[in-house]
Design a protein around this ligand. Structure first.
Ligand code: AMP
Length: 284
């Protein structure tokens, strides 16, 4: 497995790659959620590439860029074990050269939910992924359902900018207790973890109601809110019942939806979502 740090080397590697190239962009601190994306890339592509880059432009000034967990040695061991051909792990000034000022501005799909809670976040995400796609020129890039709005932002960006990258969603990997895996779960104490489970529980309650036939978005929102508020210790940021392609809030009953939520447990912000009435593979 090659570990490359310069854009020039990564381009050179790409130019000599034979067959299809699959890319898994990550910010490192890899867990089983990342591993499931990497396994799929290895399985489906001739050459699997993982990028590890904690992207400063997607963090707000009061967010945890400096404190974001970093463990490159462990990450490289995971990639090696899973059969990755190349890890691209550039320094910040390699991705953002001196004087860098260009930003990719995503459309309305980025305006709500995480985009509203974290101004500038998706412009940072879209910018770094445009750079990574231009350097690696993957045939397919793999993203987790865990960050569902990000998946849609990147799919729409790749389509709109004619980047030629197929952007594929992969199911959320959960701990056995139901908590969606996240690099930020490392910040949680045992108590916080138990508290944070209320988010997944709220989504499950709405999913059960959906299975029983509930389609009213206001009712579904209320079921999640009630379930999460029953557990003290979670400060809900938002609960959204939205169209799974546009992420516009549903006003009327619909046959497909994505329910997303964000909440804070102590200082840690957690997000999760569930897709209803449409398979993840159909989201493209
Ligand atoms: P991150 O390192 O947090 O930027 O995540 C890199 C990729 O892994 C993103 O596409 C995430 O959506 C995905 N990912 C993160 N957590 C999970 C999870 N629990 N299950 C599936 N994919 C995940």
């Amino acid at each position: 497995m090659k570990v490359l740090r310069s854009v020039a080397e990564a381009r050179g590697f790409r130019a000599s790659a034979a067959g299809s190239v699959g890319l898994v962009p990550t910010m490192g601190a890899l867990h089983e959620g990342h591993a499931s994306l990497i396994e799929r890339a290895v399985r489906e592509s001739d050459v699997a590439i993982v990028s590890i880059f904690v992207n400063p432009t997607q963090f707000g000034p009061k967010e945890d860029f400096a404190a974001y967990p970093r463990d490159e040695a462990a990450d490289l061991a995971v990639c090696e074990r899973l059969g990755v051909a190349m890890v691209f792990a550039p320094a910040v000034d390699e991705m953002y050269p001196a004087g860098d000022a260009t930003r990719v501005q995503p459309g309305p799909v980025a305006a709500r939910l995480e985009g509203a809670a974290r101004p500038g976040h998706f412009a940072g995400v879209a910018t770094v992924l445009t750079k990574l796609f231009a350097i690696i020129r993957p045939d397919v890039a793999y993203f987790g359902q865990k960050d569902f709005q990000q998946l849609r932002v990147v799919q729409i960006m790749s389509r709109d900018l004619r980047l030629g990258v197929r952007v594929v969603g992969c199911a959320t990997v959960r701990d056995p207790d139901g908590l969606a895996m996240s690099s930020r779960n490392r910040y949680l104490s045992a108590d916080d973890r138990r508290t944070g489970l209320a988010l997944a529980r709220g989504l499950r309650a709405a999913e059960d109601a959906w299975t029983r036939g509930e389609r009213d978005p206001a009712k579904l929102r209320e079921i999640v809110q009630r379930s999460v508020s029953a557990a003290p210790g979670v400060a809900l940021d938002y609960v959204s019942v939205a169209d799974p392609l546009t992420l516009e809030e549903l006003e009327r009953p619909a046959e497909r939806a994505v329910i997303s939520l964000a909440g804070r447990v102590g200082k840690t912000r957690l997000i999760d979502n569930v897709l209803l009435g449409i398979a993840l593979e159909k989201i493209a």
